[in-house]
Design a protein around this ligand. Structure first.
Ligand code: HEM
Length: 297
């Protein structure tokens, strides 16, 4: 099995603006890192297949005009996978109910297809099986602004910048960015109610290191040359807090960032903010971090 071990959840933690501001945070993407393969692949793809069978109408969406985009995407995905040394690819299942579903079943990434409409960049197709606490079906056929409505400050910090960025994205300049969440739920698929549901009441300083995970969404954006659509992929990378703490400076950066979240964002990222408090207590009590490292800028 091919392994792309260089991209890990902890490795994608970078410093946030102080004071807090959402930022685009996009960086150039090397195409070799577009779709990632790791040793979890077989297990994840099996689970994803089962999720699609069970929740297809909440996962898969495709407008008829997006079919040519999916055809171009299928070619890109197969070409990407075929050039990975040592990787034996199962072909796309031509019996799948839609091409976007067939693509989703052979990669570890969730996929969103965006096309330019007079109202703005619009999600005209998607296959999102393992969202991080968001309601996928409510975003079908919606613009970026509507999709991001639950995100506080999106309109001030991101809306205009994103629209300009999407307009200007070029096929030869793909990018990546990352979002992060702290969760006590080890499932691949996180439903939205887990954002605000009371935290598991058995998470304590004694078990937080093994019962809470850093969950990073490794996101990529590529414009397709033929159809002019934009492909947004989301790959979930997870690590226990204990394994993140092997890099104390990463853990410190993460906790400093969460401590700077303003009240409205803290409320939106509820599970993250609350777990961070217990992780901080654990890190200070075990000597993984010092008070000084948490105050550093
Ligand atoms: C450069 C591009 C993008 C930026 C800068 C961006 C930014 C963000 C930010 C800051 C959040 C809040 C994340 C958090 O919880 O920490 C968010 C959430 C989200 N983003 Fe994006 N995003 C981008 C592209 C997209 C695209 C292309 C889609 C889908 C088509 C998308 C779908 C979502 C969804 C569904 C949420 C969660 C909203 C909810 O809570 O219901 N994003 N995004």
């Amino acid at each position: 099995m091919v392994e792309n071990g260089s991209i890990t959840a902890a490795g994608l933690i970078s410093s946030d603006p102080d004071p807090f501001k959402w930022r685009m945070g996009v960086k150039p993407l090397e195409l070799a890192n577009w779709l990632l393969l790791d040793e979890q692949r077989a297990r994840e793809l099996e689970e994803i297949g089962q999720l699609i069978d069970r929740y297809r109408d909440d996962i898969i969406y495709c407008e008829s005009n997006a079919i040519p985009v999916c055809e171009e995407l299928a070619t890109e995905v197969l070409q990407h996978l075929r050039q990975i040394p040592g990787f034996e690819l199962a072909d796309l299942d031509d019996q799948a109910p839609s091409l976007i579903e067939a693509i989703r079943r052979i990669i570890q990434e969730d996929i969103c297809v965006l096309e330019r409409r007079p109202s703005g960049w619009t999600m005209t197709a998607c296959a999102v099986a393992i969202p991080t606490q968001w309601d996928v079906a409510s975003k079908f056929g919606k613009t970026l602004d509507t999709i991001h409505e639950p995100v506080p400050r999106y309109d001030i910090d991101l809306s205009q910048a994103m629209s300009t960025f999407f307009d200007r994205l070029r096929p030869e300049k793909p990018v990546w960015r990352a979002n992060r969440t702290l969760t006590d739920d080890p499932s691949l698929r996180l439903v939205p109610k887990r954002r605000h549901q009371p935290m598991r009441n058995d998470i304590t300083v004694d078990n937080v290191a093994d019962q809470v995970w850093l969950r990073v969404e490794y996101q990529t954006l590529r414009r397709l040359a033929q159809s002019d659509a934009i492909i947004f992929t989301i790959r979930i990378l997870r690590q226990s807090i204990r394994s993140v703490a092997v890099h104390p400076e990463v853990l410190a950066e993460l906790l400093r960032s969460v401590s700077r979240l303003p009240a409205d964002v803290r409320d939106y990222k509820d599970s993250t903010a609350r777990h961070a408090e217990i992780i901080k207590e654990w890190a200070l009590s075990t000597g993984v971090l010092t008070q000084q490292s948490l105050e550093k800028h």
